[in-house]
Design a protein around this ligand. Sequence first.
Ligand code: CTP
Ligand code: MG
Length: 693
Amino acid sequence: MSDSCEITGFSKSDIEKYSYLHKYLTNKEKIEFQTPENLEGFIKPLQNTVSANRIHSSETKRRESLLKHLEKSIASKFENSKISTFGSVESGLSLKGGDFDLCLQIQDANQKKVLKRIGGMLKGQGMEKVQIISRAKVPIVKFTDPRSGIHVDISINNTLALHNTKLLASYAKLDSRVKDLAICIKHWALHRNISDSVNGTFSSYAWSILVINHLLEEDVIPNLQSSTDRVLAEIDGKEFDITIDESNALDDSNNKNIAELTLSFFHNYATRDWSNGVVSIRSGKSLSREEKGWMDEEPSALEIYNSDKENPGRMGEHHLAIEDPFDLDHDLSRVVWADGEIRIRNELLRAAEMFGNGSPWKDICETVDPDRLSDMEPVDIFHDLRDKSDDIVRNMLEKTKAEIDSVDRLIDALESERQSTLRMAKAMRGVIEETSDLRKEHKSVVLGLKSRNAEIDEIKKKRDKINSDVILPIHMIEDELSKVYSRLTEELDIHRVPSLNKEKDQFSWFMELQAMHGKAREASELHHRFIELVKEQKEEIKKLKIYETKHDDATSKLLENEPMLKDKNISSKEVNSYDRRVHNIQKALRKRRGEMHKLRREAGRLDAWLRKKSGSQNRGRNSGRGNKKSKPRGKKEDSGPMTLGDISGLLSGMNNETSSKRTRKVSSKKAGMRKMGNLGAHRGSRSQFKKKD
Ligand code: CTP
Ligand code: MG
């Protein structure tokens, strides 16, 4: 007999893992969720979740300044483009530390190319975790700004998202419970790891839509898409109904509080008959599947989940169907995987049951896989020092200071090496420039020698070739020609008339001698030219020697004024090698300065911790004596995590002891902030470090 459940198909371990869903599916009839005895008791913790997620004005400022920077560097690179914010930051439904959604609007864009270009640009700007996701329905480039720690998603021409953000924002403006419930649900979903569309669960946006839908069903808010005046917009050649009527109101909205609404939210979706309806905030009510045309397709999530785990195959669509309010063909559950669907349903049932039996809200939201959220947690910059004694921390500080000194010396050495190499390259360049006229003339002579040599070779070759063909030297040819000529033209002696054959021979010999003579003359002319060229060549070589002596004289005169260049081989090649050296030293300097930056930060952090400790000890002692003055302004108690913001006050009173003795004094009224910048990821912090003399 198989160990798996006959109804759910779950194995033993899956039954444990998804116990709530298993119990629900196997006892559907008997499950009845309770209402906790002290429902009011949930109000405070839920409100705490809302206020803990309130966006601090410093976070807003950081976002604004990042946006300005991106507008400058990205939007200005693409003609007629514009960056708009959307998503929860714009709708007001944002969790603290949430991402920053930006849309680059640009005409006729090749999305992938634009994203690639932006990705490259961001990497060049030192942005971290730059990632281009081009296969998604909406391709994006993701990155983290290391100075502010803000996570950013940039999409291209994602116009519809601007409209749906406006819809969510309009709902949020309507009733504060929209935001409160959205924050609580998004917080819960995030911590229970079911709000991650990349990993097969609902997007944060889908959870917001479920919240709006629940509040519509609860008559907390009116349907803002139900106006009779319809607004249509064409986006990418497709028409969308983007009607939002903010004047819509309910005759009689209910006054359920946040605890009641959170409980009913969990009940609503935990026990919802997903197989029979489609969530549609556009309609303000659940749509029947037939009406929508989205059937609950096979295979089911359970079938896929229980099948071959290695190679699970594709699940049918529309199981947890949620219609996008404007893109009516878009089911927001399309991104959900089989195990994602099971986890979502199990979590909804878990929350409904725990809420019903009065479990604390923090247990309901207990974080699954805390590492996943480490990016969003406020950074406790003293976390590793909390269990160390003061002596150890003091020791660490001393060590860091010693390292600062040694890196400082290294930087000094590198800097002076850079300067002297630069001077050397400059002096060499000077010598090369000063003697450049001589070298030009020298060069033209050398070039002349080369081409003349080639001509001499050519002429010699031709001359020798003729000489090897013509057997007689020219003067003999001429003698022989005149002899034969006289013989052929002298008065005829009738007693010695030559035979006809002999006369013919004489004629042909004459002709042959004539041809030979032409060639021999050519050879003789070539020979003369050869002699001329050799003479010229000798003259030029003499000139070359003169230039070389002149150049040597000029160089040694210049070197008298530049002893640094003595015994140096001065050439462009050498100058280039000095340039390369300067470049390499600069690279090493940048690296060392980066190290210095980190070490100073670390020294500041250790120093701040020791001050904080001694401050709280003094406070303890002083408060006994009723000394009110010693209490630092706005300082946190020791127990909680310390963020950069928390320690700014602490550091404003700190002197520059830990900084190097050469640290520039900051005299502006922002001095406190600048010092704090030494310790944390802060925009523009780079500029505050010491300037070398
Ligand atoms: N969006 C969309 N369709 C989706 C997912 C998202 O149109 N399937 C758009 C919505 O405008 C949404 C924005 O992208 O507001 C950002 O999505 P997301 O980051 O998932 O939601 P936020 O509301 O920004 O939530 P969070 O605070 O978690 O960032
Ligand atoms: Mg977002």
